[in-house]
Design a protein around this ligand. Structure first.
Ligand SMILES: Nc1ncnc2c1ncn2[C@@H]1O[C@H](COP(=O)(O)OP(=O)(O)O)[C@@H](O)[C@H]1O
Ligand SMILES: [Mg+2]
Length: 349
Protein backbone atom coordinates (compact mmCIF):
# COMPACT_ATOMS: atom_id res chain seq x y z
CA UNK A 1 0.00 0.00 0.00
CA UNK A 2 1.29 3.41 -0.86
CA UNK A 3 0.45 6.34 1.37
CA UNK A 4 1.47 9.90 0.93
CA UNK A 5 3.23 11.31 3.97
CA UNK A 6 1.32 13.70 6.12
CA UNK A 7 3.30 16.91 6.08
CA UNK A 8 2.57 18.63 9.30
CA UNK A 9 2.59 22.34 8.79
CA UNK A 10 6.15 22.50 7.52
CA UNK A 11 5.49 26.08 6.37
CA UNK A 12 5.93 27.23 9.92
CA UNK A 13 9.34 25.67 10.25
CA UNK A 14 11.90 28.36 9.32
CA UNK A 15 14.55 25.81 8.39
CA UNK A 16 12.26 24.22 5.82
CA UNK A 17 12.28 27.32 3.65
CA UNK A 18 15.96 27.62 2.67
CA UNK A 19 16.17 28.05 -1.12
CA UNK A 20 18.71 25.27 -1.78
CA UNK A 21 18.10 22.10 0.14
CA UNK A 22 21.21 20.21 1.26
CA UNK A 23 19.37 16.97 0.49
CA UNK A 24 16.42 16.42 -1.81
CA UNK A 25 14.91 12.99 -2.24
CA UNK A 26 12.25 12.51 -4.91
CA UNK A 27 10.07 9.47 -5.12
CA UNK A 28 13.01 7.23 -4.28
CA UNK A 29 12.48 3.48 -4.44
CA UNK A 30 14.65 0.50 -3.47
CA UNK A 31 13.62 -2.99 -4.48
CA UNK A 32 15.36 -6.22 -3.53
CA UNK A 33 13.88 -8.70 -5.99
CA UNK A 34 10.15 -8.29 -5.55
CA UNK A 35 10.48 -6.81 -2.05
CA UNK A 36 10.17 -3.04 -1.87
CA UNK A 37 12.32 -1.86 1.05
CA UNK A 38 11.77 1.85 0.21
CA UNK A 39 8.49 2.73 -1.47
CA UNK A 40 8.71 6.13 -3.13
CA UNK A 41 9.93 8.51 -0.44
CA UNK A 42 10.06 12.34 -0.76
CA UNK A 43 11.68 14.89 1.57
CA UNK A 44 14.06 17.83 1.65
CA UNK A 45 16.64 18.72 4.25
CA UNK A 46 17.59 22.39 4.60
CA UNK A 47 21.18 23.46 5.02
CA UNK A 48 22.21 23.50 8.68
CA UNK A 49 19.31 21.33 9.76
CA UNK A 50 19.41 18.14 11.85
CA UNK A 51 16.89 15.91 10.14
CA UNK A 52 15.82 12.60 11.67
CA UNK A 53 14.45 9.46 10.07
CA UNK A 54 12.57 7.77 12.92
CA UNK A 55 11.22 4.26 12.58
CA UNK A 56 11.37 0.70 13.89
CA UNK A 57 13.85 -1.94 12.74
CA UNK A 58 13.24 -2.88 9.15
CA UNK A 59 11.51 0.41 8.27
CA UNK A 60 14.04 1.16 5.51
CA UNK A 61 16.17 3.81 7.26
CA UNK A 62 19.58 2.28 6.52
CA UNK A 63 18.50 1.54 2.96
CA UNK A 64 17.59 5.21 2.50
CA UNK A 65 20.94 6.35 3.93
CA UNK A 66 22.85 3.90 1.74
CA UNK A 67 21.14 5.25 -1.39
CA UNK A 68 21.76 8.89 -0.39
CA UNK A 69 25.43 8.15 0.29
CA UNK A 70 26.01 6.29 -3.03
CA UNK A 71 26.63 2.95 -1.32
CA UNK A 72 23.84 1.02 -3.06
CA UNK A 73 22.09 1.58 -6.40
CA UNK A 74 18.79 3.46 -6.51
CA UNK A 75 15.97 1.41 -8.11
CA UNK A 76 14.03 4.50 -9.22
CA UNK A 77 13.52 8.14 -8.27
CA UNK A 78 16.25 10.64 -7.43
CA UNK A 79 18.42 11.80 -4.56
CA UNK A 80 20.26 15.12 -4.83
CA UNK A 81 22.88 15.62 -2.14
CA UNK A 82 24.79 18.90 -1.91
CA UNK A 83 23.43 19.80 -5.33
CA UNK A 84 24.65 16.59 -7.00
CA UNK A 85 22.67 13.61 -8.21
CA UNK A 86 23.83 10.47 -6.34
CA UNK A 87 23.52 8.35 -9.48
CA UNK A 88 25.02 10.72 -12.06
CA UNK A 89 27.69 12.39 -9.90
CA UNK A 90 28.58 9.96 -7.12
CA UNK A 91 32.13 11.27 -6.68
CA UNK A 92 30.98 14.86 -6.21
CA UNK A 93 28.49 13.60 -3.63
CA UNK A 94 31.15 11.55 -1.83
CA UNK A 95 33.40 14.59 -1.53
CA UNK A 96 30.71 16.56 0.26
CA UNK A 97 29.53 13.99 2.75
CA UNK A 98 30.65 12.22 5.90
CA UNK A 99 29.06 8.86 6.73
CA UNK A 100 28.86 6.96 10.00
CA UNK A 101 27.48 3.49 9.30
CA UNK A 102 25.35 1.61 11.79
CA UNK A 103 28.09 -0.81 12.87
CA UNK A 104 31.30 0.33 14.58
CA UNK A 105 34.02 0.14 11.95
CA UNK A 106 37.15 1.78 13.39
CA UNK A 107 40.24 -0.43 13.29
CA UNK A 108 40.69 -1.84 16.79
CA UNK A 109 44.43 -2.32 16.51
CA UNK A 110 45.19 1.25 15.47
CA UNK A 111 45.37 4.25 17.75
CA UNK A 112 42.70 6.92 17.76
CA UNK A 113 44.93 9.25 15.75
CA UNK A 114 45.91 6.54 13.24
CA UNK A 115 42.25 5.78 12.56
CA UNK A 116 41.66 9.45 11.78
CA UNK A 117 44.81 9.81 9.73
CA UNK A 118 43.96 6.84 7.49
CA UNK A 119 40.60 8.35 6.68
CA UNK A 120 42.03 11.78 5.98
CA UNK A 121 44.52 10.17 3.57
CA UNK A 122 41.73 8.20 1.94
CA UNK A 123 40.04 11.52 1.22
CA UNK A 124 43.35 13.03 -0.01
CA UNK A 125 43.43 15.74 2.64
CA UNK A 126 46.89 17.38 2.25
CA UNK A 127 49.32 16.75 5.14
CA UNK A 128 49.26 20.16 6.81
CA UNK A 129 45.49 20.38 6.57
CA UNK A 130 45.27 16.80 7.81
CA UNK A 131 47.09 17.59 11.04
CA UNK A 132 44.95 20.65 11.61
CA UNK A 133 41.71 18.77 10.92
CA UNK A 134 42.68 15.85 13.17
CA UNK A 135 43.48 18.20 16.05
CA UNK A 136 40.17 20.00 15.54
CA UNK A 137 37.95 16.93 15.37
CA UNK A 138 39.69 15.32 18.35
CA UNK A 139 38.94 18.45 20.32
CA UNK A 140 35.35 18.52 19.07
CA UNK A 141 34.65 14.99 20.30
CA UNK A 142 36.70 15.41 23.46
CA UNK A 143 39.26 12.72 22.64
CA UNK A 144 42.41 14.85 22.43
CA UNK A 145 44.02 13.22 25.41
CA UNK A 146 43.27 9.76 24.03
CA UNK A 147 44.85 10.37 20.63
CA UNK A 148 47.62 7.84 21.27
CA UNK A 149 45.37 5.18 22.82
CA UNK A 150 44.64 1.95 21.01
CA UNK A 151 41.06 1.91 19.81
CA UNK A 152 40.30 -1.42 21.48
CA UNK A 153 40.93 0.14 24.89
CA UNK A 154 38.15 2.72 24.44
CA UNK A 155 34.65 2.44 25.88
CA UNK A 156 31.64 2.13 23.55
CA UNK A 157 30.80 5.81 23.92
CA UNK A 158 34.36 6.88 23.16
CA UNK A 159 34.47 4.64 20.09
CA UNK A 160 31.27 6.23 18.84
CA UNK A 161 32.88 9.63 19.32
CA UNK A 162 35.93 8.45 17.41
CA UNK A 163 33.67 7.37 14.54
CA UNK A 164 32.02 10.77 14.55
CA UNK A 165 35.46 12.43 14.43
CA UNK A 166 36.48 10.13 11.61
CA UNK A 167 33.39 11.04 9.60
CA UNK A 168 34.35 14.71 9.90
CA UNK A 169 38.08 14.57 9.26
CA UNK A 170 37.79 15.66 5.62
CA UNK A 171 35.52 18.56 6.61
CA UNK A 172 32.28 17.43 4.91
CA UNK A 173 29.26 19.74 4.57
CA UNK A 174 26.64 17.03 5.01
CA UNK A 175 26.87 14.35 7.67
CA UNK A 176 24.91 11.07 7.61
CA UNK A 177 24.70 9.09 10.84
CA UNK A 178 22.97 5.73 10.95
CA UNK A 179 21.74 5.05 14.51
CA UNK A 180 24.51 7.08 16.15
CA UNK A 181 23.73 6.03 19.73
CA UNK A 182 22.39 2.49 19.40
CA UNK A 183 24.00 0.29 22.03
CA UNK A 184 25.23 3.20 24.16
CA UNK A 185 24.34 3.64 27.81
CA UNK A 186 22.07 6.63 28.59
CA UNK A 187 24.91 8.85 29.83
CA UNK A 188 27.06 8.30 26.72
CA UNK A 189 23.99 8.81 24.58
CA UNK A 190 23.34 12.24 26.04
CA UNK A 191 27.04 13.10 25.60
CA UNK A 192 26.78 12.20 21.90
CA UNK A 193 23.66 14.37 21.47
CA UNK A 194 25.41 17.34 23.05
CA UNK A 195 28.41 16.83 20.85
CA UNK A 196 26.33 16.62 17.67
CA UNK A 197 24.48 19.78 18.62
CA UNK A 198 27.75 21.62 19.23
CA UNK A 199 29.16 20.36 15.94
CA UNK A 200 26.12 21.57 14.09
CA UNK A 201 26.42 25.04 15.60
CA UNK A 202 30.18 25.39 15.16
CA UNK A 203 30.51 23.95 11.66
CA UNK A 204 27.15 24.73 10.14
CA UNK A 205 26.86 21.07 9.26
CA UNK A 206 23.72 19.58 7.82
CA UNK A 207 22.98 16.26 9.53
CA UNK A 208 20.72 13.40 8.65
CA UNK A 209 20.40 10.81 11.39
CA UNK A 210 18.36 7.65 11.65
CA UNK A 211 17.09 6.43 14.96
CA UNK A 212 14.55 4.21 16.62
CA UNK A 213 14.80 6.18 19.88
CA UNK A 214 11.92 8.58 20.40
CA UNK A 215 13.84 10.68 22.85
CA UNK A 216 16.79 11.00 20.50
CA UNK A 217 14.59 12.23 17.66
CA UNK A 218 12.79 14.60 20.02
CA UNK A 219 15.88 16.10 21.65
CA UNK A 220 18.24 16.23 18.69
CA UNK A 221 16.28 16.79 15.50
CA UNK A 222 14.94 20.03 14.04
CA UNK A 223 12.54 17.99 11.93
CA UNK A 224 11.55 14.36 11.96
CA UNK A 225 10.25 12.07 9.25
CA UNK A 226 8.49 8.99 10.60
CA UNK A 227 9.29 5.98 8.40
CA UNK A 228 7.26 2.79 8.50
CA UNK A 229 7.36 -0.17 6.10
CA UNK A 230 9.42 1.79 3.56
CA UNK A 231 7.16 4.85 3.46
CA UNK A 232 7.16 8.27 5.12
CA UNK A 233 4.03 8.58 7.21
CA UNK A 234 4.56 11.99 8.83
CA UNK A 235 6.99 14.88 8.62
CA UNK A 236 7.43 17.97 10.77
CA UNK A 237 9.20 19.54 13.74
CA UNK A 238 8.77 17.59 16.99
CA UNK A 239 6.30 20.23 18.19
CA UNK A 240 4.32 20.25 14.94
CA UNK A 241 4.08 16.48 15.03
CA UNK A 242 2.85 16.49 18.63
CA UNK A 243 0.32 19.23 17.91
CA UNK A 244 -0.96 17.27 14.94
CA UNK A 245 -2.30 14.55 17.22
CA UNK A 246 -5.82 15.67 18.07
CA UNK A 247 -7.08 16.43 21.57
CA UNK A 248 -4.60 14.50 23.65
CA UNK A 249 -3.21 17.17 26.01
CA UNK A 250 -4.25 16.88 29.59
CA UNK A 251 -4.00 19.72 32.09
CA UNK A 252 -4.49 18.74 35.70
CA UNK A 253 -5.43 21.64 37.90
CA UNK A 254 -6.15 22.15 41.56
CA UNK A 255 -7.92 25.21 42.94
CA UNK A 256 -7.48 26.35 46.52
CA UNK A 257 -11.17 25.80 47.23
CA UNK A 258 -14.08 23.84 45.84
CA UNK A 259 -16.69 25.77 43.88
CA UNK A 260 -19.66 24.43 41.92
CA UNK A 261 -18.92 26.80 39.05
CA UNK A 262 -15.43 25.55 38.14
CA UNK A 263 -16.46 22.80 35.83
CA UNK A 264 -18.61 24.97 33.59
CA UNK A 265 -16.01 27.76 33.58
CA UNK A 266 -13.34 25.28 32.50
CA UNK A 267 -15.58 23.79 29.82
CA UNK A 268 -16.04 27.29 28.37
CA UNK A 269 -12.32 27.76 27.67
CA UNK A 270 -11.17 27.61 24.04
CA UNK A 271 -9.73 24.20 22.99
CA UNK A 272 -11.18 22.34 26.01
CA UNK A 273 -12.96 19.16 24.97
CA UNK A 274 -13.80 17.66 28.36
CA UNK A 275 -13.48 18.31 32.08
CA UNK A 276 -13.42 15.52 34.66
CA UNK A 277 -13.79 16.18 38.41
CA UNK A 278 -11.20 14.28 40.41
CA UNK A 279 -11.49 15.25 44.05
CA UNK A 280 -12.45 18.49 45.78
CA UNK A 281 -11.14 21.34 43.63
CA UNK A 282 -9.12 19.02 41.35
CA UNK A 283 -9.95 18.70 37.64
CA UNK A 284 -8.55 16.92 34.60
CA UNK A 285 -8.98 19.19 31.62
CA UNK A 286 -8.74 17.59 28.18
CA UNK A 287 -7.64 20.06 25.56
CA UNK A 288 -6.36 20.24 22.04
CA UNK A 289 -3.91 22.98 23.04
CA UNK A 290 -2.26 22.41 26.43
CA UNK A 291 -0.20 25.57 26.48
CA UNK A 292 -3.07 27.92 25.56
CA UNK A 293 -5.37 26.25 28.06
CA UNK A 294 -2.70 26.62 30.76
CA UNK A 295 -2.43 30.36 30.10
CA UNK A 296 -6.20 30.76 30.10
CA UNK A 297 -6.53 28.81 33.32
CA UNK A 298 -4.06 31.05 35.09
CA UNK A 299 -5.85 34.14 33.75
CA UNK A 300 -9.24 32.74 34.73
CA UNK A 301 -8.14 32.14 38.31
CA UNK A 302 -6.43 35.53 38.56
CA UNK A 303 -9.52 37.26 37.17
CA UNK A 304 -11.69 35.68 39.85
CA UNK A 305 -9.16 36.39 42.59
CA UNK A 306 -8.76 32.64 43.18
CA UNK A 307 -5.59 30.65 43.61
CA UNK A 308 -4.29 27.63 41.72
CA UNK A 309 -2.52 25.31 44.13
CA UNK A 310 -1.10 23.10 41.41
CA UNK A 311 -1.05 22.72 37.67
CA UNK A 312 0.47 19.92 35.63
CA UNK A 313 0.51 19.61 31.87
CA UNK A 314 0.88 16.27 30.19
CA UNK A 315 2.26 16.88 26.77
CA UNK A 316 1.54 14.68 23.84
CA UNK A 317 4.69 12.65 23.47
CA UNK A 318 6.36 11.53 20.28
CA UNK A 319 5.09 8.06 21.23
CA UNK A 320 1.53 9.31 20.87
CA UNK A 321 2.54 10.71 17.49
CA UNK A 322 4.06 7.40 16.43
CA UNK A 323 0.98 5.46 17.49
CA UNK A 324 -1.28 7.97 15.75
CA UNK A 325 0.47 7.62 12.39
CA UNK A 326 1.48 3.96 12.43
CA UNK A 327 -1.12 2.34 14.64
CA UNK A 328 1.51 0.78 16.90
CA UNK A 329 3.95 1.51 19.70
CA UNK A 330 7.68 1.94 19.22
CA UNK A 331 10.03 0.91 22.02
CA UNK A 332 11.34 3.31 24.63
CA UNK A 333 7.94 4.63 25.44
CA UNK A 334 7.62 7.33 28.01
CA UNK A 335 5.15 10.01 28.93
CA UNK A 336 6.68 13.38 29.45
CA UNK A 337 4.96 15.51 31.95
CA UNK A 338 5.74 18.98 33.08
CA UNK A 339 4.86 20.00 36.57
CA UNK A 340 4.73 23.65 37.36
CA UNK A 341 3.53 25.75 40.19
CA UNK A 342 2.14 28.94 38.72
CA UNK A 343 2.89 32.22 40.47
CA UNK A 344 0.23 33.31 42.91
CA UNK A 345 -2.11 35.84 41.39
CA UNK A 346 -0.74 39.30 42.08
CA UNK A 347 2.69 37.99 43.18
CA UNK A 348 5.79 39.73 41.84
CA UNK A 349 7.56 37.74 39.10
N1 LIG B 1 20.51 -6.50 0.82
C1 LIG B 1 19.25 -6.75 1.12
N2 LIG B 1 18.55 -7.73 0.51
C2 LIG B 1 17.26 -7.98 0.78
N3 LIG B 1 16.54 -7.29 1.70
C3 LIG B 1 17.17 -6.30 2.35
C4 LIG B 1 18.55 -5.98 2.11
N4 LIG B 1 18.88 -4.94 2.90
C5 LIG B 1 17.78 -4.64 3.63
N5 LIG B 1 16.75 -5.46 3.30
C6 LIG B 1 15.39 -5.42 3.86
O1 LIG B 1 14.89 -4.11 3.67
C7 LIG B 1 14.10 -3.71 4.79
C8 LIG B 1 14.64 -2.41 5.32
O2 LIG B 1 15.91 -2.65 5.95
P1 LIG B 1 16.78 -1.51 6.58
O3 LIG B 1 16.88 -0.39 5.62
O4 LIG B 1 18.02 -2.11 7.08
O5 LIG B 1 15.83 -1.05 7.79
P2 LIG B 1 16.20 -0.17 9.08
O6 LIG B 1 17.54 0.44 8.88
O7 LIG B 1 15.09 0.83 9.16
O8 LIG B 1 16.15 -1.10 10.25
C9 LIG B 1 14.16 -4.85 5.78
O9 LIG B 1 13.00 -5.63 5.63
C10 LIG B 1 15.39 -5.62 5.37
O10 LIG B 1 15.27 -6.98 5.70
MG1 LIG C 1 19.25 0.32 10.03
Amino acid sequence: MKRSPETVDSQRSPTAQAPFPAIKVENIVKRYGTFEAVKGVNFEVAEGEIFGLLGPNGAGKSTLIRMMTTLIPVTSGRAIVGGHDVVKEPNEVRNMIGVIPQALTSDQDLTVEENLSIYAKLYSVPRVQREKNIAEVLEAVDLTKWRGAQTKTLSGGMRRRLEIARGLVHDPRIFFLDEPTTGLDPVSRIAVWEMLNNLKKRRNLTMLITTHYMEEADRLCDRIAIVDHGSLVALGTPIELKQSVPGSNVVEVQFNREDDGWKSRLMALTDVTDVQSQSAGVYRVLTSNGSRTTTQLVELAAGLGEELTSLSVQNTSLDDVFVHYTGRQLRDEQVKSVFMMPPRPGAQP
